[in-house]
Design a protein. Sequence first.
Length: 233
Amino acid sequence: MSVDKNPPDVNTLAAMLGDLSEIKMHDWYQYAFSGDPLNGRFTDEQKKTWMGQAIECGSRYSERICESYHIQDPRLLAKAMGIRVSSSIEDISDRLIFAQYIEPNQIRMNNKVVRRAEDYVKTPAVAAALPAGLNVGDLILAHELFHHVENLYRDEIFTQKKKLRLWSLGPFHSDSKIMALSEIAAMSFAREMTDTCYSPYLLDVLLIYGQSPSDAVELYREMLKDTGRKSGM
């Protein structure tokens, strides 16, 4: 990822977030599957169907876990589940890492990136674009908490059981997990747990903007294209 020398324009960021906040969760299916290694094998109808199933999975497990522990705050829930949360995470090469779940019970957060994003959310321009507010740290932590939950319920949870058959020959066959389903469900899990009214996918632009506004603008345009919208930038 490139690092821009010019200072970020918070008004540009606010305009992008305002546009992205209007996109419904189910409409992100093209973007959600775009990074999956098997994406070329999926039809649009499969993506739409699986998107809905993964969203429902994340939402249902959020309710289940919160009710089980009688806790909805992601940080308190992480503590109750015996998960160690730390800020000892570094960017790998040119790839910006927001957070990372490490089995069996550790979550690492890139607090530098999170704090920068939270500072943007506090600005008048972004606050006006996202009037319902956005808790960046809680959303990201809740997202990673899902991966822990997914690990605990791996034998029954949709995101781990759903597979795509790659090939079959007589009694032999090869099936593969669909990686995008895990990320979609994690987004839904985090959205439900934090009572966020926007799709968490807009976090990708918000978090990248502090590092490289030009990369964030490029990603924003890609998101609008994938969701069938036109960009004004």
